[in-house]
Design a binder for this molecule. Structure first.
Ligand SMILES: [Zn+2]
Ligand SMILES: [Zn+2]
Length: 604
């Protein structure tokens, strides 16, 4: 057996009985025992390592059951993240600085994860402001699923002129003379936004490896140890999975990823899934990287984009036939599947198809689930449960609840999604974010939304009846999500025999004021018994630094999620100006030492 470690003197939430333990013994990548500090310390042998938790709270590693992590990783170091930035003035300052340091032909990309309601100014930037901040460097700013704002340089780089026709379901906004203004609008198909983004240059392969490792480290910093990847447009299997396969081969994964395969070709979906179900093996890989089935796009005709600025789309009449052929194949092959579904009207039609297939080929325990399901009816929750399905929920409403209320009323918003009802009906429910292109990947923003019922802009969406206790919210984010990759027997709790995946938190999740939940982070993250991230009092346990990002990479200067005062407020106060100063001298180093491993600016 590998060296045993005893973590003691903590407040360890086990998701088991008893709920809290003081100490935990870990060995061979698994939890060996939990109990009181004095009991477990007595089991110490020669060579046993001890880690004093200093009274801190420990949670089972967070599991985001819907994050586009593989695609996000390829581009992470190319993206300027506005996630959590408190004001538009800050956001625009970052954009301007980044435009100046970005070399041609690269673009500055702000790819979702923000909403104007998080800004003190409570508005988005104008095209004029973006052009003024970046006169020469192409800039692409994605806002939710509804629009992208391009400066003049990006319009040139993308080749949009007076003569470019609008794509189906999308609008290139034009001025009186017919010249594109720089605003691209999903009406309501987001295809126009993503196909334009795909025109930008990529990182070289070696840097994609580094970028993916940086993204995993950023997620580890937030206490995430597992993710279920929902595929994505322009995310082709197997080509775009080479990076993550390579990291897995090299033993450089710091996050467990189960991934679903997303069809790439409208009207050829059945071909895609026939090919994949014969060329790939379900669950191929191991608990660090494994194939988890199909979705979240099964057929393009079933895509109901969650753009609450536009009316609900009526899905194509062809969807039933197309979806049935794909689901029939998946049920025959016993491949689990997931399906993106925003509106009850879509879910109604999807369930009609599933029930029909189930009569011929019983699902019989097959793990299948809906993603999102903001407006699902009670009856359709029942039907989902009857078919043994689950629902993966995310905090998309925290970013666009204001728009939903404007269109459909505050009353209608109270159950979007009706999580309490899902739990009462016995549905499998997992939590997550759907990052990176609409919502942020920060799990504490999502936990905050589950607990408080409020948007990031502060709007109270839900009453007491549809809010989760902290314990319930944490359960959804750990045990709940583990069902969605059929791994509930190995992770989700800190009980003996479960994988040793956990995070030691910067403050006590169970008792901090509600508003402070958003600001939590991990100070020690462990995956399979290995420390993948350590900061502050645990920094002496930190793993080796990662290779640096390119020195102009936005993440090398700003990190990922906005982090004005890193862990242990007070100790590091004022270090954000320090960062800027050091960054101009030695930005390669800063990207690693300050953001990659947590803030240790006292070292300078
Ligand atoms: Zn989706
Ligand atoms: Zn998604």
């Amino acid at each position: 057996m590998s060296q045993k470690t005893i973590y003691h003197n903590g407040k360890i939430a086990t998701n088991s009985t008893p709920y809290f333990a003081e100490a935990m013994a870990v060995g061979d990548g698994k939890v060996l025992a939990t109990g009181t500090s004095s009991n477990l310390l007595q089991t110490r042998e020669a060579g046993t390592k001890l880690v004093d938790l200093g009274g801190r709270t420990v949670i089972p590693g967070l599991n985001d059951s819907h994050l586009h992590v593989i695609r996000g990783g390829l581009h992470y170091n190319l993206e300027l993240r506005w996630d959590g930035v408190p004001s538009l003035a800050d956001a625009m300052r970052m954009l301007k600085e980044q435009a100046q340091r970005t070399p041609a032909p690269q673009w500055v990309r702000v790819v979702g994860g923000w909403t104007e309601f998080q800004f003190a100014e409570r508005r988005m930037p104008t095209l004029e402001e973006i052009n003024e901040a970046a006169p020469d460097t192409p800039v692409f700013v994605l806002h939710l699923y509804d629009r992208a704002m391009l400066n003049a340089a990006a319009l040139r780089a993308a080749g949009y002129t007076k003569d470019t026709p609008d794509p189906p379901g999308g609008e290139i906004q034009r001025d009186k003379r017919g010249v594109p203004t720089g605003m691209l609008i999903a009406r309501p198909n987001a295809g126009i936004l993503y196909s334009t983004l795909a025109k930008g240059p990529l990182l070289p392969y070696e840097d994609q490896l580094i970028s993916t490792r940086h993204f995993m480290r950023e997620l580890n910093r937030l206490g995430i140890t597992s993710v279920i990847d929902a595929g994505g447009g322009f995310q082709n299997y197997p080509d775009d999975y080479k990076v993550v396969e390579e990291l897995h081969k090299r033993g450089q994964m710091t996050l467990r990823i189960a991934y679903n395969l997303f069809t790439q070709r409208p009207k050829h979906e059945l071909e895609d899934f026939s090919k994949w179900t014969s060329s790939a093996t379900l669950y191929q890989g191991d608990h660090t990287l494994r194939l988890n089935g199909a979705g979240e796009m099964l057929v393009f005709s079933a895509a109901d984009f969650e753009d609450f600025l536009e009316p609900r789309p009526d899905l194509d009449a062809a969807l039933e036939t197309q979806l049935e052929s794909v689901v029939r194949l998946l049920a025959e092959k016993r491949w689990p599947f997931r399906l993106h579904a925003t509106y009850n009207e879509s879910i109604e039609r999807f369930l009609n198809v599933f029930e029909k297939v189930n009569l011929d080929i019983p699902f019989n325990g097959l793990h299948w689930f809906f993603d999102h399901a903001e407006t699902i009816s009670n009856r359709n929750i029942d039907r989902t449960v009857a078919l043994g399905g689950g629902i993966a929920v995310q905090h998309r409403m925290a970013f666009q609840g204001e728009y939903f209320v404007n269109r459909y009323s505050a009353e209608a918003a109270k159950r979007t999604p009706p999580i309490r009802r899902m739990l009462q009906m016995g549905a499998n429910v997992g939590a997550g974010t759907d990052a990176t292109r609409v919502a942020s990947f920060n799990p504490y923003v999502s936990l905050y939304w589950l607990v408080s019922g409020r948007t990031v802009g502060g709007l109270q969406l839900y009453g007491e009846e549809n809010r989760m206790s902290r314990e319930e919210a944490l359960r959804l984010y750990t045990q709940g999500s583990s069902w969605f990759s059929t791994e509930e027997d190995v992770k989700g709790s800190l009980a003996p025999g479960q994988l040793a995946d956990f995070a030691v938190l910067s403050s006590d999740f169970f008792s901090v004021p509600e508003e402070e939940i958003k600001g939590l982070q991990s100070v020690l993250t462990v995956v399979g018994g290995e420390i993948v991230y350590a900061a502050t009092d645990f920094s002496h346990l930190a793993p080796p630094q990662l290779p640096a990002a390119l020195d102009w990479a936005p993440t090398a200067h700003y990190g990922g999620y906005y982090n004005p005062v890193p862990v242990e407020a007070g100790m590091h106060r004022g270090c954000s100006t320090h960062h800027a100063f050091v960054a101009s001298r030695d930005s390669r180093r800063i990207g690693e030492s300050l953001w990659g491993l947590g803030c240790d600016c006292f070292a300078f």
